[in-house]
Design a protein around this ligand. Structure first.
Ligand code: PLP
Length: 423
């Protein structure tokens, strides 16, 4: 409960001498402890593997840290495959969970031996045309439709989601794939996002384990792995209680013992594709208050904007804010904390109770370690910030430089107009 930044005002005052705000900073110590706990929580399953969802935080320095804990890469696009390959992640250490996949992406994934996770039954023929002979191992993505409930609570709405095959289709897909010579099968499903409950994975696992038993019985295929995908959430709000990964791992183990083991399927591997859970709490967006405005509301204008963190503008997502050096002050002001885009949704916080903010104060926007920098864009000609790593020994390393105007104009580089710009 509560939310404390992993940096102090004094640390940030030092860091900004070299790297001006805004920037994302990541906490190596927190990342490591969390990755280690995940590994321990699923150690009961010898084949367990976390494929880190690269889209959440596509930075090789950070992914390399996760790899020390056995993580592979979950990719969804050509450049994510390139990033993984460049890092030396190979073969079945890459899961390719894409949808509406272009032909060249399947070709590439197959060439580097990634496990291909088919989003749709029509992709069997599509893939076969591209690669000739289908790979030995294939995964299929499942979507049972309807709503996903834990007891009576509706968690999400898979019936409305574009992903995955229906129950009928996945049985048909497995039959067709088996006929075409595929030897090992996986099942993948992502039915609810950012779940802050220890029940999500165990509930999903039980459903997928039961499906696996039926698929094996009816189609005679060998189920090698079940991929529970992403969806374990984090407490963005200070009053929320954090998931307990050990309780989650134990819940999945119970379902495994109950459903798979009696069917002689105790050798099935459990895979995950967590993004948010692995990284979100271990990133801060650090920004400086540069203006205060008193009109119909009280505004604090900062030097970061929605291009650095899109979630509040896009989803109305809550991100906690700490004013550095004022951690213990009373929250007796109400502010909209805003960026500089010509867009009124460029607000990191609306009607947020905070301590008095003065120009020059540093604000920490919490939980930006996943789907933060990664969702950045260049609207209004705004440039993407740097990414920094706060190492375990307290030193700071630049792990991605900030964009410069030259990066912004780089896509004109083979056009006549380019030579007319001066950077
Ligand atoms: C986005 C995504 C993930 C990661 O989701 P989180 O909510 O960040 O855990 C995993 N797998 C697939 C296929 C995804 O699209």
């Amino acid at each position: 409960m509560g939310k404390k930044p992993f940096v102090t005002k004094e640390q940030i005052e030092e860091i900004v001498k070299q790297y001006p705000t805004p920037f994302h900073i990541y906490d190596e110590k927190g990342m490591r402890e969390n990755a280690k706990a995940l590994k321990e929580a699923f150690a009961w399953n010898p084949g367990f593997k976390e494929y880190f969802a690269v889209k959440a935080t596509p930075n090789p320095y950070l992914i390399n840290i996760l790899r020390e804990y056995g993580c592979g890469c979950d990719c969804s696009s050509y450049t994510e495959l390139m990033l993984s390959e460049a890092m030396g992640v190979k073969g079945e250490d890459i899961m390719f969970s894409s949808n509406e996949t272009p032909a060249e992406e399947y070709e590439y994934a197959n060439r580097i031996g990634a496990i291909i996770n088919l989003d749709d039954i029509t992709h069997i023929n599509f893939l076969e045309k591209i690669v000739g002979k289908l790979p030995e191992t294939i995964s299929c993505r499942y979507n049972p439709g309807g709503v996903f409930k834990i007891s009576t609570d509706i968690m999400d709405n898979p019936g409305d989601a574009k992903y995955g095959m229906t129950t009928e289709q996945i049985f048909e897909a497995f039959r067709i794939l088996k006929e075409k010579g595929v030897k090992k099968f996986g099942i993948h499903s992502f039915l609810a996002s950012n779940t802050v409950t220890n029940e999500y994975y165990p509930t999903l696992a039980k459903q997928l384990f039961e499906l696996a038993v039926e698929l094996k019985k009816k189609t005679g295929v060998e189920i090698a792995f079940i991929n529970l995908s992403g969806g374990i959430g984090i407490p963005y709000r200070p009053e929320q209680e954090k998931n307990d990964i050990y309780v989650i791992g134990e819940g999945v183990r119970k379902a495994f013992e109950e459903v798979l083991v009696p069917e002689g399927m105790g050798d099935v591997s459990i895979y995950t594709e967590l993004g948010r859970y692995m990284m979100a709490p271990y990133g801060h967006l650090v920004t400086r208050a540069i203006h205060e405005k008193h009109t119909h509301k009280e505004y604090i204008g900062c030097d970061a904007c929605a291009v650095n963190l899109m979630r509040p503008a896009m989803y109305g997502a809550y991100h906690h804010i700490t004013v550095l050096g004022k951690e213990e002050d009373e929250c007796n002001k109400v502010y909209d904390v805003v960026g500089s885009l010509c867009e009124n949704n460029d607000k990191f916080a609306i009607d947020r109770k905070l301590p008095q903010i003065d120009k020059g104060d540093y604000l920490v926007i919490h939980d930006t370690g996943a789907h933060g920098y990664a969702m950045g864009y260049n609207y209004n000609g705004k440039l993407k910030s740097a990414e920094l790593l706060l190492k375990e020994d307290g030193s700071v390393e630049l792990i991605r430089r900030a964009e410069t105007p030259k990066d912004y104009f780089a896509t004109f580089d083979n056009l006549d107009i380019y030579g007319k710009f001066k950077f």
